[in-house]
Structure formats: C-alpha cells, structure tokens
Write a protein of this length. Sequence first.
Length: 471
Amino acid sequence: MKVLAIDIGTSSVRSALFDAQARLVRVSKAARSYRLRHDVDHAAELGPALLLRATKDCLSETQRHLTKRQPQVIAASGFWHSLLGLDSAGNPLTPIYTWADARCVDDASLLRRRMNERAIQQRTGCMVRASFWPAKLIWLQRTRPKLFRRVARWVSPAEWIFEQLFGVRSCSHSMASGTGLYHLERHAWDEELLDTVGLKLSQLNPLQDCVQQRQTTIFTAIGDGAAGNLGSGATRPGLVAINVGTSAAARTIAPPGTPLPFGLFRFVVDEQRCLLGGAISNAGSLRAWCLRELRLPNEKREIEKLLRQKWKEISRLTILPFWVSERAPTWPDDLSGTIIGLSQATTAADLLAATVAASFHRLAETLRELETAAGRATKIIVSGGVVQSTVSLQMLADSLGREVEICAEPEASLRGAAVHALEQLGCEVPAAKIKRRLQNRPLQTAQRRKEAAQQRELERMLANQYSKREH
C-alpha cells in the first residue's frame, strides 16, 4: 500500500509517496515554492491559481512513481487559519487571505469589545484576533460588502485544492478547528458565531474526515500543526514538537481537562486527540527577509559562518521580531517590528543573528506558557527548515535552556499527513527517528535569558505607550 501525501504550506507545497510504515519513497518527493504578496497595509495574500498550479506540478512528478495510476490512499496537511471565498461554481472570488494578513486588526479589536475573548477561546480554541476567520469576515463585510455578498462558500486553501483535484467538498474537523468558528465540545460549526459574522451554515463545507472514492480512500487535509506533531513523533502527552519553518510553533498532545491559557490555542488532531500550543508568525520568513533585503549571501556555508561569528554580539541589539503581526504568547496586535541598539558598527550579519535569536526568545516564552498548562516536557523534538542550520539549532537550544532532539524526518508535516491516514486505517506506525540530541550551554542560556527579558521590557514599554495614545 502506498499513501500519496501532500503538504500545502504557506511558502511551498510538497508531495511524496509513503509506505505502510510511513517511510518516504525518496524518488517520489516533489516540491514547488512561492511567495506571499505583502503590502504596507499588512496584506499577506496568495493567489489561488498559483497554489493550484504548484500542487498539480508536484502531483504530476510524484504520481509517476505509482505502480498503479490511482493511489489507494490520499492524505494531506494544509496551512491553518487562511480563508478563500468561492462562487456557486467553486471558482475563487477572492485571493487567499492567509493567517499573516493583518488588515483586520481593528475589526478583531471591535469583536473583542462585543465578545468575551476568553470565553470564545475556551469554546473554539482560538483567540479573537486577526489571524482567524471571524475578524477577516467582518473586515470583508466592512470594506468589500458587494464581494462579501457574492461569495457562496468560504473554504480553507486545502479544501479548495481537494475540490479541484479530487472532487471532494469536505472540511476535516482538524482544519475547521483552526478557523475560529468551530465548537470544540459539539464537534460542529459554531452557529452562534456564524450568525455573529453573517454566515449561513450552507456557506461552509460539511465536516467530514474521510471520503471513499471508488478504490481510493481520501482523507481531507488536517492542519499542518497537527501533521507536524504526528510526523515528528510528538504523538502523546509529555512530548513537545517545535517546528521552525516560515512561522514557528511549540505544540503538544494535551490530555482532556488541560487548561488553555491566554495566548495559546487548542486545535483538533483527530477524534481522540487535541493539540495545545502557541505559534509565532516571524521565523523562517524573517530570516528570508534578512537574506533578501540586507543582501546577504543565500548560501548555507556562508550563513552558518556569519551566524557563528555574530551570535556573541547579538546582545547589543534588542529586537521585537514583529515584521508580520505577531501571535503567541502575548498577541501584540498593535506593535510592529522594532530594533533598538543600532550604531555605525552594526552590520547586516549582526541583524541576521539578532533577528534569529529574537524569534527564538518568543518561542521560548511560548514553551514556558505551554509547560505551565500541560506540565514539563519529557522531550522536545525539533523539525522544520531550522534543522538545516547547526548554528541556529544551538541558538534555539540555548534560548529554550533545554536539551532538544533533532527529528530525522526532513518533512515532518508531509510525513504527518501519511501517518494520520495510516493510523485512521488501523496501521501501527513507528515513531519518527531522532537524528541527534543537542544540549543547551548554561552560560549562553543565561545570556539569552537576559536578552529575552530586555525584549519583554521593550514590548511592555511600547504597548503602554500605544495604550496611552489610544486613550
């Protein structure tokens, strides 16, 4: 048996075949990259046609390695929270408004004044913030009312891809749980919230995790965060998965009754399991910005050399890495990227090293919040693009102040889609292999904590100033 797995991400799409033990068929792997369209008004959009073309190209490569033309099992992971409006024929009327699109910050603020955010967070697992569907829908009603009225259905990007490629019109419970419109206890769309944002139930796809289509079992896409935990082996309480890609997150499978602190999320993995965690918006995307805009060499050896040379000097700079509207753990909607400590001696390499470290400080704070709720992790498993940088991994371990285990799977979310399908089919799937373990260094951890404290103080100071201006 072969599983055709697809990982639809914010900056790239990947596909590959996996066997019944969730082992990658290496020759079948395909990938295509793309970039979001960012604007000064905090837009972060993706063209639906671009995403569909990239996915088709990947599948064309991967399916050449199938012994039969039609796969037995299809599974996917897709980036959470993003929104696409379709007409009655299923054609896009809007761009894909991604989780990073923050034009609806003011609408999110208005919603919080009308609602009890903590109550909504406990009910849906989501904050009432710009990343999620409610604020985006209210913003579209306010700014594009004619367009809003023309939309027949609202879907996630992965739902639309599956509709176009496989004729499946369904949304998994996992994907729905990342919208902000899903009732966790009822396992259904939250009709009260739908009424608040002006939607009818018929404007959303039915909730269905699996569809049988002739000889093929199709599992509708689960959220990429859920797939990341499954693919990296963090599949039970006590194991924390940290994935550092375009964005970054710390997540764990949470036992029933685990409290949900302010700033963190609770999303669905499958019928039995939920995920507790927090995500930061600025990680690999910020590194890519530095390489591109500061004209740094985009070559692995050179980047590693620069980071190794500069990581002792990053304490001279205090950075709020909020190039894209930030999320966990404090959700500072009103703040943007800030750098303190620039001088004539500051170099592009200094900025690269300091921004990487600044993102890791936010991730460390998110981990502390997560462990306060779920208990101290017995293992921290790291995956994502960060594993390609030994220096960055050491910086991460130092910022966390913990030993980390490096996942050997090059594509945790892609493998996680296959693991999800295989588990649902009753297969015993071995845990992902660990490449190596990396210890934090006590002296560097102490220094990183001082830097993180300076970062928190700068955030508090700017947040207070903004609050005074507002009042």
